[in-house]
Design a protein around this ligand. Structure first.
Ligand SMILES: [Zn+2]
Length: 482
C-alpha cells in the first residue's frame, strides 16, 4: 500500500520535472546550426536534446548489429559463440525437460514412457551418468533385463556411478540365484561403500549361507561401526558366528583351535546353548571339570535344555547313580519348578531305580502339561513299579499324540529343526532359531486320538479273527459272487 503510494508520487514528480525541464529549454535562446551536405539546419535547444538521444540509440543498434555479424561469421567458421551457445541452451532445456518427465513417469509406474524420455534426455543432454540411471530403472520396471544390465555396465565406468552399477548387477544376480557372482559383487560394493546398510545385510546373508564365518564376522563388525546394529545384537550374532566357525574348525580336526573358538563364543553370549555345550566339552577335554560345570550351570539357569544335561553328565561319566543325582541336584536347584528339571530328575531317579521318587519328581506335569517325553517317562515309571501292561500301554498311547514339547524353531518361518543351526534350513534367515514349544496346530492329528485306544484295546484283548475265520469269509464271498 505504502509502496504503491511512493511509486505514484515518484511518477508525478518525474513528469513534473520533465515538463519543467522542457519549458526551460524552450525558453533558452540560441541553439546550433548544423551544416549537412551544403544545407544548413538551425536546431533549437530542445531539438538538439532529441537529436542527441536519437544518435545514442543509433550507435547502440549499430554496435549490436556488428556483434551479431561477427558472431554469425565465426559460427559459419565452426566457432563456439553466442549463436551456438543459444542453441546449446535450447538443447539443454529440452534435455532436462525430458529427464524430469522421465522421472515423473518412473514415479508413476509408466516404465515404457520413462524409457522414451530417458532416450530423449540422453540425445539432448550428453550427460550419461544422469540419463543412464533413468534408463536402468525404467528398464528394470518394464522387465527389460538386458537393457538394464547393459546400462548398469555403462555406469561402472564412472567413479561417481560405479556403486549404483555394481549394486544393480548384484541384485540381478541375486534374483537369478547366482549367489557366487552376487557375493563377489557384494564384496565390491562393500569396499566402495562400507557404510551402506543394504549392502552390509546382503553380504552378511551370503557369507552366512556360504559358511564364510570369518568374513561374516568382519561384515558384522562394520555394521556395528557404522551404527546400524545395536551392541547387544552384535555381540549375540558375533557369538553365533564364532560358534559356527568353531564347528567348522572341529570338522577339520583342529580340536584345540575349535575349543578356543567355542570358549570365545561362550564368552560373547553365555546363554547361547550350543556354544556353552561346545565350550564345556572343550573344558572336559582339557580335564577342567570346574570350568565345564560353571559354564553349563550358567546356561542351564538361563534356559534349561536336555543337551545341557547330557553334557553335564559327560563331566563325570563313571560316577554312580547316587553321585550323579547329587551333582544334578546342585545344577537344578534354582530351576526346580521348570518342566525340564522335573523330567531330568525323574529320569535320573529311574536310572537309580527309585520309581516312587521319580514319580514325585515328575509331579503333576503329565496332567498339566503333557508332552510326548513326560508321558513316556511316566510309562517307564509305571513299568518300573510293576504296573499292568495295559496301564503302561495307555501312557505310551497318550504319548503318541501328545505335543512334542519345546524344539528348535525358526522365529521367521516356524520351521522345526532337529538340532540347532546358525541359519534356518528352510528360509535361510540368520540366528532365528529358538528353543520353544511350537503352536499346537503344528502337531495335532485329527481323529488320531479317537482311533488309537480302539487299536490298543483290540490287541490287549486279543480279539483279532483267526486265519481260518478269514479264509472261510473269503470262500463265502467268492461263492456269493458266482
Ligand atoms: Zn526359517
Amino acid at each position: 500500500m505504502l509502496w504503491s503510494l511512493i511509486k505514484i508520487v515518484a511518477f508525478v514528480l518525474a513528469v513534473t520535472a520533465l515538463t519543467y525541464g522542457g519549458t526551460q529549454l524552450m525558453e533558452v535562446d540560441g541553439g546550433a546550426t548544423v551544416d549537412v551536405a551544403g544545407q544548413e539546419f538551425t536546431l533549437s535547444t530542445l531539438e538538439m536534446v532529441f537529436a542527441l538521444g536519437a544518435l545514442v540509440v543509433a550507435v547502440w543498434l549499430g554496435l549490436k548489429l556488428l556483434a551479431l555479424c561477427v558472431a554469425t561469421f565465426k559460427f559459419l567458421n565452426g566457432d563456439e559463440t553466442a549463436i551456438s551457445r543459444y542453441f546449446d541452451r535450447n538443447r539443454e532445456r529440452k534435455g532436462y525437460e525430458a529427464l524430469s518427465e522421465g522421472m515423473m513417469a518412473l514415479a508413476s509406474g509408466e516404465g515404457h514412457l520413462a524409457m522414451t524420455k530417458a532416450a530423449r534426455a540422453d540425445k539432448y543432454l550428453q550427460q550419461p551418468q544422469l540419463t543412464n540411471l533413468l534408463t536402468a530403472q525404467a528398464a528394470e520396471m518394464t522387465g527389460d533385463r538386458k537393457t538394464a544390465e547393459e546400462t548398469y555396465k555403462k555406469l561402472l565406468s564412472d567413479d561417481k556411478t560405479r556403486f549404483v552399477g555394481v549394486r544393480g548387477i548384484m541384485k540381478q544376480k541375486l534374483s537369478d540365484g547366482d549367489t557366487d557372482t552376487a557375493m563377489a559383487l557384494a564384496q565390491k560394493a562393500f569396499a566402495l561403500k562400507p557404510k551402506h546398510e543394504e549392502t552390509q545385510d546382503v553380504l552378511l546373508r551370503l557369507q552366512a549361507e556360504k559358511s564364510d564365518w570369518a568374513g561374516a564376522r568382519k561384515t558384522l563388525g562394520a555394521k556395528l561401526k557404522s551404527g546400524s546394529l545395536p551392541r547387544d545384537v552384535h555381540k549375540r550374532r558375533d557369538a553365533v558366528l564364532a560358534l559356527s566357525e568353531a564347528r567348522d574348525i572341529l570338522d577339520e580336526g583342529k580340536t584345540i583351535e575349535a575349543r578356543e573358538a567355542a570358549i570365545e563364543a561362550n564368552r560373547l553370549s553365555p546363554d547361547l546353548i550350543p556354544a556353552a555345550i561346545m565350550a564345556a566339552r572343550g573344558y572336559i577335554g582339557e580335564g577342567n571339570a570346574r570350568y565345564a560345570t560353571r559354564v553349563l550351570t550358567k546356561v542351564w539357569n538361563a534356559q534349561p535344555h536336555p543337551d545341557i544335561a547330557a553334557a553335564f553328565a559327560e563331566i563325570a561319566p563313571d560316577e554312580s547313580s547316587d553321585e550323579r543325582l547329587k551333582r544334578f541336584t546342585k545344577l537344578t536347584k534354582t530351576t526346580a519348578d521348570h518342566p525340564e528339571t522335573k523330567m531330568l530328575m525323574a529320569e535320573l531317579h529311574i536310572a537309580a531305580e527309585d520309581f516312587p521318587a521319580a514319580k514325585r519328581a515328575l509331579g503333576e506335569l503329565v496332567e498339566k502339561d503333557p508332552t510326548a517325553r513326560n508321558l513316556t517317562i511316566m510309562a517307564a515309571i509305571e513299568r518300573g513299579e510293576g504296573a499292568d501292561d495295559s496301564v503302561v500301554r495307555g501312557w505310551l498311547t497318550k504319548a503318541l499324540t501328545a505335543p512334542r514339547g519345546p524344539q528348535w524353531i525358526c522365529g521367521n518361518c516356524q520351521h522345526i529343526h532337529p538340532t540347532w543351526a546358525a541359519t534356518c534350513d528352510n528360509c535361510g534367515s540368520f540366528d532365528t532359531l529358538a528353543w520353544k514349544t511350537p503352536p499346537a496346530s503344528d502337531v495335532a492329528m485329527p481323529a488320531g486320538t479317537e482311533m488309537l485306544p480302539l487299536i490298543v484295546g483290540q490287541t490287549k484283548e486279543a480279539q483279532l479273527p483267526s486265519t481260518e475265520v478269514v479264509e472261510e469269509a473269503i470262500v463265502v464271498q467268492g461263492e456269493e459272487a458266482k
